[in-house]
Design a protein around this ligand. Structure first.
Ligand code: NAD
Length: 475
């Protein structure tokens, strides 16, 4: 089949240490694949996809996905524990994420036989219709911040459409992806249809996306990674969907209940330690309530329970790695140099006072202006900048003054204003008087440099299927 075209020559697999970010202890050692092994996996996935899987009735495919949903749900505690040990996220969040992954497989298990083509009233004498066909091998590449959830967002719809999947987790967080492989086997997914490829993006990931037998690349990651992937994909016109970075606004008008707004908004930026593409890292607040809002936010942030991720009361765990925490600390220094005021946090902390774990106290900058780097760049950590606005027009212009357009919230009791602002803000996902971003049944994705295409809901099926038009002549 495909002669190895990997960017590196045949290499020995490396052994990668998986570290618990809360304790800094090694919890697993994983052999990363070589680019040649990546090629072999793609070859197997291509052969398996072309076999009985592509002929299997959609209902049968759906049943296998429903089996996967049940197995994930039955192992919720075990998977949540694994995710928490690997990522440091609070156990209550991990449990919710595992449930959400099960819900995702259930949704697409049900969707498999409810997704079909159309008959079209063409002008010529005859019958025009479309078929939805699988693309072939899907490379599903995910980051480290929501490992199991994001794997399910890609694998479930791709499999429902009849593709095979090679899932590449981030090198730091492969454990739940590997567990998903075991679950897929137990659920009855035919051999070769689902693979997990562990290794660095620059070598193994590159080899995967360069392989000519990969028809579709679905990547969640940084905007710069998305740009690199697009370049490679363009050579062979591979299908691509991208979920990338963000710098989302939280727009607060002067008619809100400040306490209620703060209580929700705080988690829109600090949950998962700010390592969230939808993090509302820019709080745009009416100048009429700016001081009161900032005070309330600082007070509430002081009360956040930072600590051991295994404690069900913990709200904020550690960051993913020491190096990532250092990058975020560098941004805090940049903010200081830009003369924003660090009103709270931004210092190293630890769960038990023993100095262990990659903890960082959530940071609040006030007096942030839109020329500052901390307003413009994705920090991907627990850092928020608050900026005052004069009126609705000013709020909209600040909200849109970014290369990103993923998510955001609008807080006001004035429904007409909420509608106007929601229409004017250039983001793929917005919520009014809420911090929620993700609803499994609704499309999710970004405007501008936050991505291409939409995941979730029935829209995701477009990501993983080709449309074939057939005309039957009557004459
Ligand atoms: P990343 O871009 O460094 O890596 C993402 C994945 O891509 C990893 O599996 C990595 O190994 C792989 N990769 C990197 N370079 C590659 C290449 N050249 N070819 C193939 N694969 C490659 O991102 P990260 O640091 O893991 O995650 C954080 C980023 O992800 C943030 O920018 C965040 O906003 C974004 N993100 C976006 C969404 C969304 O839905 N829009 C969700 C979560 C995270």
């Amino acid at each position: 089949m495909h002669k190895a075209q990997s960017p590196t020559s045949l290499t020995e697999p490396e052994t990668f240490k998986i570290i618990n970010p809360a304790t800094e202890k090694i919890i697993a050692q994983i052999k990363t694949a070589t680019p040649e092994q990546a090629d072999q996996m793609v070859k197997e996935a291509a052969c398996a996809q072309a076999g009985p899987w592509s002929q299997m009735p959609a209902r049968e495919r759906g049943r296998i996905l429903l089996n996967m949903a049940s197995l994930i749900r039955n192992r919720r505690d075990e998977l949540a524990q694994l995710e928490t040990e690997n990522t440091g996220k609070p156990i209550r969040d991990s449990r919710d994420e595992v449930s959400s992954a099960a819900d995702c497989f259930e949704y697409y298990g049900g969707a498999a036989n409810k997704f079909f083509g159309e008959t079209i009233p063409v002008a010529s004498k005859g019958l025009g219709l479309t078929l939805r066909e699988p693309m072939g091998v899907v490379a599903a590449i995910v980051p480290w911040n929501y490992p199991l959830v994001l794997a399910s967002w890609k694998a479930a719809p791709a499999l429902a459409c009849g593709n095979s999947v090679v899932l590449k987790p981030a090198s730091w967080t492969p454990l739940t992806a590997l567990a998903l492989k075991t679950i897929a086997d137990e659920a009855g997914l035919p051999k070769g249809i689902f693979h997990v490829l562990v290794g660095p993006g620059k070598t193994v990931g590159m080899s995967l996306i360069s392989n000519p037998w990969v028809s579709k690349i679905s990547l969640t990651g940084e905007t710069n990674t998305g740009k690199e992937v697009l370049k490679i994909a363009s050579e062979r016109m591979k299908r691509v969907s991208l979920e990338l970075g963000g710098k989302s606004p939280n727009i607060v008008f002067d008619d809100v209940d400040i306490e209620a707004c703060v209580e929700s908004s705080i988690f829109s930026v600090f949950s998962n330690c700010g390592q969230d593409c939808c993090a509302r890292s820019r709080f745009l607040v009416s100048e009429k309530i700016y001081d009161r809002f900032a005070d309330a936010l600082i007070q509430r942030t002081r009360q956040l329970k930072i600590g051991d991720p295994n404690d069900p009361a913990t709200e904020i765990g550690p960051m993913i790695t020491q190096s990532h925490r250092q990058q975020v600390l560098n941004y805090i220094e940049i903010g200081r140099q830009e003369k924003a005021e660090l009103a709270h946090g931004g210092t190293i902390s630890s769960a038990n006072g023993n100095g262990r774990g990659y903890y960082l106290r959530p940071a609040i900058f006030t007096g942030v202006s839109n020329s500052m780097r901390i307003f413009r760049e994705e920090i991907f950590g627990p850092v928020v900048g608050i900026t005052p606005f004069k009126d609705e027009t000013h709020a909209i212009s600040l909200a849109n003054d970014t290369i990103y357009g993923l998510s955001g919230s609008i807080w006001t009791k004035d429904i007409a204003r909420a509608i106007r602002v929601a229409r004017a803000v250039k983001s793929g996902v917005l919520s009014v008087n809420s911090s929620s971003s993700v609803h499994l049944e609704a499309p999710f994705g970004g405007y501008k440099q936050s991505g291409l295409g939409r995941e979730l809901g029935m829209k995701a099926m477009d990501n993983y299927s080709e449309i074939k038009t057939i005309f039957f002549s009557e004459t």
